[in-house]
Design a protein around this ligand. Structure first.
Ligand SMILES: C[S@@+](CC[C@H](N)C(=O)[O-])C[C@H]1O[C@@H](n2cnc3c(N)ncnc32)[C@H](O)[C@@H]1O
Length: 287
């Protein structure tokens, strides 16, 4: 297993350090009430990556739908924004060669740990690569390129233009670009902010806020430890946050068409929490 650094230079974490102004709603109020105890981090930086992995790193959302599509597409797979390998490991289990591209070195470290615990034959088929999905050049092509978990919404318009260009340059003839996004048409009205407690398989408990007003065009997910300590406790409290653009499928489909891709099929995904429905798009370069 090799990890290489490719394309444009980036900071180690590749993410901006968030400020309290980035956290709206009741999460913002809870953050303010912690005063100097709060230590705010990005969900994909060193501390945040561990929290993300604990919370979602082994979840099964969209895995079944993705594997059903990839099974029908021959060739090697490129898993973009692979994180700690939530989708990479099931893709490897199909028997494919998988390149796992990820910007955060902390996420790649967690992926390395998972691969180290995996069967050697599976590990040998994986190539982790540290790179930016909006500007990469791996010098080869793939049968399938995957960008799951609505992660395209972490990119701005310029970043998406770079992504589409790079994907085109890395797809084999007849290859498929599979990506998921929010399906606004299937998403009903809901409260502006959802507040839920989550206990992970590791036994850790979090309080998760998701703040989203559809006209804002973005949603903010903020995580606190469920136990903030006894009154008077002065210890630090790690709070992780991320703001994600909401990119409706119609908008992405228009962008993809302009970038030379056609949508071959749309697959509704199970609802996420109380709020949104996602859709998995199967696209190809327009012949
Ligand atoms: C929502 S997570 C998805 C991880 C994994 N695919 C999964 O399904 O659990 C988003 C991932 O995108 C990574 N990321 C963010 N911006 C990126 C970029 N420009 N290039 C590559 N990876 C990026 C983050 O570090 C994070 O690991």
């Amino acid at each position: 297993m090799t990890t290489m650094t490719i394309t444009k230079p980036m900071s180690d974490a590749g993410h901006r350090v968030p400020t309290p102004a980035d956290v709206p709603g009741r999460a913002g109020e809870l953050l303010a009430s912690l005063g100097g105890r709060a230590v705010l981090c990005d969900l994909y930086d060193e501390v945040g990556a561990t929290v993300y992995h604990d919370l979602a790193g082994t979840g099964t959302h969209e895995v079944r739908e993705l594997l059903a599509l990839v099974r029908r597409i021959p060739g090697d797979v490129l898993d973009l924004a692979a994180g700690s390998g939530r989708l990479t490991l099931p893709l490897l289990a199909l028997g494919r060669q998988v390149t796992a591209l990820e910007l955060s070195s902390y996420m790649l470290e967690l992926l390395d740990q998972r691969l180290a615990a995996a069967p050697p034959a599976l590990r040998a088929r994986c190539l982790p690569v540290r790179a930016d999905m909006s500007a990469f050049d791996l010098g080869r092509r793939f049968g399938a390129i995957v960008l799951g978990t609505t992660t395209i919404s972490l990119l701005d318009a310029e970043g998406r233009t770079g992504l589409y260009r790079a994907v085109r340059e890395h797809l084999e003839p007849g290859g498929r670009f599979l990506l998921s996004t929010v399906d606004m048409a299937a998403t009903g009205e809901g409260p502006a902010e959802v507040d839920m407690e989550i206990v992970t398989d590791s036994g850790r408990a979090y309080r998760l806020f998701e703040h989203w007003t559809p006209d804002s065009g973005s949603r903010t997910v903020t995580l606190f430890p469920a136990d903030l300590g006894a009154p008077g406790d002065e210890g630090p409290v790690q709070v992780c946050t991320t703001t994600i653009g909401v990119l409706p499928a119609e908008l992405l489909e228009a962008e993809l068409a302009a970038a030379g891709f056609s949508v071959r099929s749309r697959h509704p995904l199970p609802a996420v929490g109380e709020r949104h429905h996602d859709v998995l798009l199967e696209t190809e370069v327009t012949p």
